[in-house]
Design a protein around this ligand. Structure first.
Ligand code: PLP
Length: 407
């Protein structure tokens, strides 16, 4: 049987056994509605409060009531942006970046079509923002700034503290999509100039379909699902109790193990990159020189197609991702790598390896055993890849110069 090596933890993670165990009684025994006054309800309400405290602790919120449970990271992002627009109806301008997840990108494109003005901040070749460009973009008409903490494709971390200081100095609300940061790096929202922050439970070993939106006390935030009184009137609807309990447990574990896990996973990621750059001529790491979350590696294999690499990797049990959107069967190059101006011959051949708590050094070495032969095989099939192989077999001084190429 082919083994399975799961290097796609930015897509989703495995639910921890402790998390599943914590959830189980909330399907079977403690099935009350947390809004009910009787014991079935109050017991559940209390457990939900504990989960809120655990989530608040993971993100370093001052008060658990600043945490609103949501149905996903996408919901949190949408609620934050729409909420700020509704709270400031006279303002028609939003600042965001070109490299956001589709949860922010897609909504801002939609709002642009509806007549809002959007500033799409650029990133440089390394994936870094220009803070002067941010400063210059802010106007009296700006309703909010929404910028991600860590990029889901490259792992590049944006300096949210510096960004927040600039945004706050203009009195503008600042929303941070921290879906790929929570559980990977320290998030202390109470010490940072951040007003709203989104996280998603399935990225840190809790189930899918539950998340949280942090809203700093004092920020005017209108209800975004209207109905009952749940979530302090901000998000109506009977709560997904078991999932919320699971999210709380996973948040507690993530916080306790953060330093140890990040250090170990970071070493594995660095080893993977070192080995693959060495064993695969014509490979590079996108965003390598930036501060990145420790688990993410975005590698390009020159002249190749990421999807073809993924199919062959899957045949030997390795699960990774291109990190790019596939529309109706035709693969579009990643908007993140395009924004980073990754040259055309590297653009299509991107593969994202995202490691997690369950990965081992032995798995990293297995990947390094498999990838070079897959890359060579595909290079042999591609006309440009063949050219690359010939170039590399020529003496160094005869090779044409390559932009950003390594190996
Ligand atoms: N934001 C980022 C940066 C993400 O990586 C994701 C999911 O991959 C989301 C938002 C959306 O989260 P969810 O899958 O919970 O809707």
């Amino acid at each position: 049987m082919v083994r399975a090596v799961y290097f796609d933890n930015n897509a989703t993670t495995r639910v921890l056994p402790e998390v599943a165990e914590a959830m189980l009684p909330y399907f079977t025994e403690s099935y009350g509605n947390p809004s009910s006054i009787h014991r079935f309800g109050s017991q559940v309400g209390q457990k939900m409060f504990e989960a809120r405290e655990q989530v608040a602790a993971l993100i370093g919120a001052a008060d658990p009531v600043e945490v609103i449970f949501t149905g996903s990271g996408t919901e949190g992002d949408n609620a934050a942006i729409r909420g700020m627009l509704e709270a400031r109806p006279d303002k028609r301008h939003i600042v965001t970046t070109q490299v956001e997840h589709s949860a922010v990108l897609g909504l801002c494109q939609h709002l642009e079509r509806k007549g809002y003005r959007i500033t799409w901040l650029n990133v440089d070749e390394n994936g870094a923002l220009n803070l002067e460009e941010l400063r210059a973009s802010l106007t009296n008409d700006t309703a909010l700034v929404s910028i991600m903490w860590a990029n889901n494709e490259t792992g590049v971390i944006f300096p949210v503290e510096q960004i927040g200081a600039i945004v706050r100095s203009r009195g503008i609300p600042f929303h941070v999509d921290a879906v790929q940061a929570a559980g990977k790096i320290s998030v202390r929202v109470k010490d940072l100039p951040i007003d709203l922050l989104t996280i998603s439970a399935h990225k840190f070993h809790a189930p899918k379909g539950v998340g949280a939106l942090y809203v700093r006390r004092g920020i005017t935030f209108p209800p975004f699902i209207i109905g009952g009184h749940q979530e302090r009137n901000r998000r109506a609807g009977t709560e997904n109790v078991a999932a919320i309990v699971g999210m709380g447990k996973a948040a507690e574990i993530a916080r306790e193990r953060l330093a140890e896990d990040s250090a170990r996973i970071g070493k594995l990621r660095d080893l993977l990159e070192t080995l693959l750059l060495e064993s695969c001529p014509g490979s590079r790491v996108n965003g390598r020189d930036q501060n990145r979350v420790p688990n993410t590696s975005n590698m390009s294999f020159r002249y190749l197609e990421g999807e073809s690499i993924l199919v062959l990797l899957d045949q030997v049990g390795i699960c990774a991702s291109t990190g790019s959107a596939c529309t109706a069967g035709s693969s579009e190059p990643s908007h993140v790598l395009r924004a980073m101006k990754v040259p055309a011959d590297w653009l299509q051949g991107a593969v994202r390896f995202s490691l997690g708590r369950f990965n081992t050094e032995e798995e990293v070495r297995y990947v390094n055993q498999m990838v070079p032969s897959i890359v060579q095989r595909l290079q042999g099939l591609s006309a440009l890849g063949k050219l690359g192989q010939q170039e590399r077999s020529q003496p160094e001084q005869l090779r044409p110069s390559t932009t950003g190429a390594r190996g």
